[in-house]
Design a protein around this ligand. Sequence first.
Ligand SMILES: Cc1cc2nc3c(=O)[nH]c(=O)nc-3n(C[C@H](O)[C@H](O)[C@H](O)COP(=O)(O)OP(=O)(O)OC[C@H]3O[C@@H](n4cnc5c(N)ncnc54)[C@H](O)[C@@H]3O)c2cc1C
Length: 478
Amino acid sequence: MSQSPSLARPRKLKHVGIVGAGMAGLYAAYRLKLSSYPGIVVSLYELDGRVGGRVKTYHFTSEKDQYFEAGAMRIPSTQMHQPTFDLINFSKTPITPTSILYLIISPPPTITSTRAGSSSCVLTKSHSVPTWNLLDGHNQSLISPETMCSQTNQFALSFSELIMQNLDFDTKQWFTLEEGMDRLPQALAGVVGMNNITFGARVQKIEQNGDGVTICADTPRGRVEKTFDKVILAIPPSALRMIPERPRWDYRKEQAIRAMFYEALYKIGLRFKTRFWEHVEPPSLGGQSMTDLPIRWIVYPSNGIGSEGPGVLLLYSWNTDASVWSSIPFSERLKNSLCHLSKVFPSVDIYNQFIAAEDLAWSEHNPTGDAMFLPGQLSEYFDIARRKEGDVYFAGEHLSRHHTWITGAIDSARSTAEEVIRDFAFKRIPTGWIPRTGTEPSDHYDPEAHRMEVIKSGLENIKNNREEFEKSVLLNSL
Ligand SMILES: Cc1cc2nc3c(=O)[nH]c(=O)nc-3n(C[C@H](O)[C@H](O)[C@H](O)COP(=O)(O)OP(=O)(O)OC[C@H]3O[C@@H](n4cnc5c(N)ncnc54)[C@H](O)[C@@H]3O)c2cc1C
């Protein structure tokens, strides 16, 4: 005989603590909290005073289009990024098509040829070597694509990272969120419940004990301490490493936490009296320009094209090109940016146009940048870095195979949340365990298998159409 609801034995609540309210922490919370098992309670601890982590929109004023993306800014329209689009659809955040059309601008980069000497060896050698080793004897020809692709020393990274990025940046159709990418984490936080997030909380201690895992965090209202059944650490390795009191795990895990490579990223947003870039010859209506000047990329806003009044330009650099900005104070960064922009737009009085600026050198903040592994790191650290330790679990962009994108953070959080549910020994992970929107990715979506599939087909393309590939790598690869 079935029990009436009022007589049913109450299920013992399971408490999960999540450190970090970036996309990974929020998505893990969303998956756990909205499971059809009402027995999971989540609490998030976030260092910052806002959600989103590396999804961060800076608004100069509250007027329309007066912002720039200091973090994530666009999403390529491919299957690999479907989880991000699914989440956007679910949160009903409006999107705008954006463009990353590449325009090489004057003064011209020091490139005379857009073709490398040879890339025929790429299919036959190990992937776990710096990419420039794959192009023996063609170092000079590699400097050119590096310059064009605006990441100095990019070819020191792992070959498979570069293939992945090339596949992403080869995408023709891109989208961004109207009025700022940070609307996505904010929408997610609304679903998770703002009252479940403790802001300004720097987690200082993690301790596994008989009852579960205890977290201690310093908050504006003093130290808080709570014990959870399970804890998910959704923070970058640099942040994890700097938690003063935490367990020391397997030496290979500790090595992974120390070594997983992050590239520096620098962005400065500049507000001008007019959208002058839309009125020069040739006009830039969205898209971006590249130069070998220190400013490297000029990103033209896709929002508000053709509108009157002030507009915001973004300058963006990566890797070694980003690191140089950290070495000078903000006043010098601004001087440098305006000076170089004047060279690019000689017909515009940049200084007269200028209103305000704001910047973010990610290397000065706890994530330090985005994960871009060095040769061999993916095979060496991927499994061990993700592996749970007792009741402590790990999530984040760096633990996915799709680094540097929101989709990676989502993929990783999704599999970690499912692992937590499995380990609570609930009888099943129901297929309908989140509100069905018709847009959620299939529960069987396997990002790892997908990445390998994409790389395989990318390599197949190279083989079949080397000419085309060389052209696209040289023009579009990051
Ligand atoms: C400049 C830039 C451009 C990018 N461009 C794009 C793009 O165009 N498209 C795209 O899809 N992706 C882009 N990305 C990547 C994307 O933003 C990230 O992959 C994703 O947001 C990472 O999410 P995460 O949750 O793994 O990490 P994070 O966003 O870093 O979240 C970690 C959170 O943990 C918190 N935290 C850290 N330490 C502690 C502690 N001790 N206690 C409590 N909390 C702590 C942090 O404050 C942060 O909120 C970009 C990133 C950057 C930096």
